[in-house]
Design a protein around this ligand. Structure first.
Ligand code: FES
Length: 153
């Protein structure tokens, strides 16, 4: 009887260890499926709908779309490059202000007031049949603005 109890306890421990191992292995293997093309590219609509010299929030998708005076577009990450707070549009300047530690960025996303030390990241904009798509999987870090970063239709 005593031997049966030992066997039972050994088997119970083996079963618990097996179940634990199963979940450890299962959770260790990534079950995330890669984003589909539709999930990577966010459609923001027809380019003609956006007025020059205005910034449009797409905060759910974590970016601001700006159309500049010359018609060029940029998509800025909403994340402050200091510690990642969500920046707000400064309606007076067309730039961006961070509510956390008061960093300020101009309309091109360049830093005009620290503690942030580098410009806002940007996302590629793809134009398909006059429709704008933003690729939210490819944030680009920059050292400063230059005209090559603009997208034109
Ligand atoms: S997180 Fe923006 S200034 Fe600190």
């Amino acid at each position: 009887m005593n031997l049966n109890r030992r066997k039972f306890i050994k088997r119970l421990i083996a079963a618990v260890v097996s179940i634990e191992a199963f979940f450890l292995i299962k959770n260790g293997i990534s079950t995330k499926t890669p984003l589909t093309e539709e999930e990577k590219l966010i459609s923001v609509g027809n380019a003609e709908l956006f007025m020059n010299n205005k910034t449009y929030p797409f905060v759910t998708n974590h970016f601001y779309l700006r159309r500049f005076k010359d018609g060029g577009f940029m998509a800025f990450s909403v994340k402050c490059t200091h510690l990642g707070c969500v920046v707000n549009i400064n309606s007076n300047t067309g730039g961006f202000n961070c509510p956390c530690h008061a960093s300020q960025f101009n309309e091109f996303g360049d830093v005009i007031s620290s503690p942030a030390t580098r410009p806002l990241d940007t996302y590629p904009i793809i134009v398909k049949n006059n429709e704008l798509w933003v690729d939210i999987t490819k944030a680009t870090t920059r050292t400063t603005f230059d005209k090559s970063q603009l997208t034109y239709i």
